[in-house]
Design a protein around this ligand. Structure first.
Ligand SMILES: [Zn+2]
Ligand SMILES: [Zn+2]
Length: 554
């Protein structure tokens, strides 16, 4: 390819050349513009016109490009700040679906249709499946409850026998409030103390200080590290349940899951209200989560000896478990138990042990924080520090010991079942939930197995429902409204039925190149910036922090 900056080319020749994508990407990044915009066709039902719109990737998926990730981080900081020291109960109304929720649901339906069409045509659906998973996460995050697909899941109630080493926790009568106690100082001022808690997983073997790599990799318990990471979010849920039981009020939190150098997830949590430090430590020590999954102690199938798929007889009614076939042992012809059969066996076995028990490590850090202090600001920055990074990103690629450590961790995760539907179950003689043809152990596409996630595939930010009055998209809208008002423009309340969104059909000739789309988005962003800058000069009395927030929001 010819280099566009080649001096031998005439000006006219240079201008005729397509914009190099990597150049456009750099310019977009520099301007804080999404570098992976999704192009969608928008029908305006008020005017009957259609327009192709570049939607930032951060709107549709959790995997975000760096500029979207950064913008998202600022939003999260605003959300964290707003909820931490609330002095009035948030009003929670079981809301009408918002525009964003409707959009997500409609968009998901469209994508599902595309995916099904691709499958019927015998095309690879991997990418579309990934989009659907992302959308489902986003839909859940948008606060919609209930199952969109109308899947019916059988709720299992397993008696969870309390382990003997769990200390008894005090239990207070639950007050119907989400606010913590306040204290009045001798000067009459009201203090609203809150907590900043850091929870860490246990040790899997000694690591070198500063590097996080095992002193003795052979003695390092990678299996345990892998399982702890896989089930970490369940442990966090349990911690919150226990916290609320002990606290005696409806404790609210904003937390982020972050990678440690040793590649284990750990948790920072802003908690509204305060409790004695010793109590938090006792709760962390008492908290555990048992994974009641079939045993993986015995490898039954590996190498060339793998279960084989066989179709069930066709019938009018779908089978209750939704499968239209089963895996069997090719040597004996014996059908492997389905996921539900395996769980039933586990339930009736009095001697069964959980596959895994996950607990926090002894390192628990609890800090008291007062509203509006520099301490609080620092904690908020800390909480959002790693949001733009994946667990595997903390890795120093030039450090061979760290690379090896990550490789061993990935290897330990390779055959660990990441979910009931993980194809790895076949290795242990159990059919994965919703089994279908073409599954093989070691070839799960689940996020948890990937080197960039290292076992933790959950959400990076966990926020309780009554943290602030607002969802993330409402925070986003707030900022927009603020900017519009500052500009003297009216930000009309959107009519949720105004637009109908559709994916642009693949191979549509009218769609400009990505490079061109990026440059157009940059131009738009620069027009905003110029207007804001002019405003900043006019309003010299304004705090600059707000104006920089405006620029972020724009
Ligand atoms: Zn983006
Ligand atoms: Zn898996």
């Amino acid at each position: 390819m010819t280099n566009p900056t080649d001096r031998a080319l005439s000006r006219a020749e240079r201008q005729a050349m397509p914009v190099a994508l990597d150049v456009a990407v750099e310019i977009a990044k520099h301007n804080g513009v999404c570098i992976r915009p999704v192009i969608l066709r928008r029908l305006d039902t008020h005017t009957g016109t259609t327009e192709d719109v570049n939607v930032p990737c951060g709107t549709t998926m959790e995997a975000k490009c760096p500029p979207c990730a950064k913008r998202n981080r600022y939003l999260r900081m605003a959300q964290c700040r707003e909820g931490w020291h609330l002095d009035a109960e948030p009003s929670i109304t079981p809301d009408e679906p918002t525009e964003e929720q409707r959009w997500l649901v409609e968009f998901r339906a469209d994508m599902q249709a595309q995916r099904d069409a691709a499958e019927q045509a015998g095309d690879d659906t991997t990418d579309l499946d990934a989009v659907l998973v992302g959308l489902d996460e986003e839909i859940n995050a948008a606060g919609m409850r209930g199952n969109l697909l109308g899947r019916t899941t059988v709720k299992r109630n397993r008696s969870t026998r309390r382990r003997q080493d769990a200390p008894d926790l005090p239990k207070r009568v639950r007050q119907n409030t989400t606010l913590g106690r306040t204290f009045t100082g001798s000067d009459g001022a009201t203090y609203r103390p809150s907590l900043f808690v850091t929870l860490t997983l246990p040790s899997y073997g000694r690591v070198r200080a500063g590097q996080g790599v095992p002193v003795d990799p052979d003695a390092y318990d990678y299996t345990r590290a892998a399982r702890d990471a896989l089930h970490f979010s369940k442990l966090v849920d349990r911690f919150v349940q226990n916290l609320r039981r002990v606290a005696g009020y409806d404790v609210q939190y904003f937390s982020s899951v972050e990678p440690q150098k040793r590649l284990a997830p750990h948790l920072h949590m802003a908690v509204r209200g305060t409790m004695p430090r010793a109590e938090i430590k006792a709760i962390a020590a008492a908290t555990y989560h048992q994974v009641w999954w079939p045993s993986v102690d015995e490898v039954r199938f590996e190498g060339e000896h793998l279960p084989v798929w066989t179709e069930r007889p066709e019938r009018a009614e779908p089978y209750p478990d939704g499968q239209d076939g089963d895996y069997l042992d090719p040597a004996t012809g014996e059908l492997l138990p389905t996921w539900h059969e395996a769980l039933n066996q586990l339930d009736t076995d009095e001697d069964a042990e959980p596959l895994h028990v996950v607990r926090f490590g002894p390192q628990v850090d609890v800090q008291g924080v007062l509203a509006g202090t520099p301490d609080a600001d620092q904690c908020i920055r800390y909480l959002s520090k790693y949001l733009t990074k994946s667990l595997g990103d903390t890795l120093d690629a030039d450090n061979p010991a760290q690379r090896q450590h990550a490789a061993r961790m990935t290897e330990a995760l390779r055959y660990e079942p990441c979910s009931p539907a993980c194809p790895n179950w076949l290795r242990y003689g159990v059919q994965p939930k919703n089994a279908k043809a073409g599954m093989a152990p070691g070839r799960c596409r689940g996020k948890a197995h990937k080197p960039e996630h290292l076992g933790y595939a959950g959400r990076r930010v966990l926020v309780s429902r009554k943290w602030s009055n607002k969802t993330l998209s409402e925070h986003k809208r707030d900022r927009r409204t603020w900017v519009m008002e500052a500009l003297g423009l009216v930000d009309e309340a959107p009519d949720p039925h105004r637009y109908v969104w559709k994916p642009v059909p693949a191979g549509d000739g009218d769609v400009p190149s990505l490079a061109l789309r990026l440059l157009r988005m940059v131009a738009e962003r620069q027009r905003w910036r110029a207007t804001l800058l002019a405003l900043q000069e006019q309003a010299s009395g304004q705090p600059t922090q707000d104006l920089s927030a405006m620029r972020e929001a724009a």
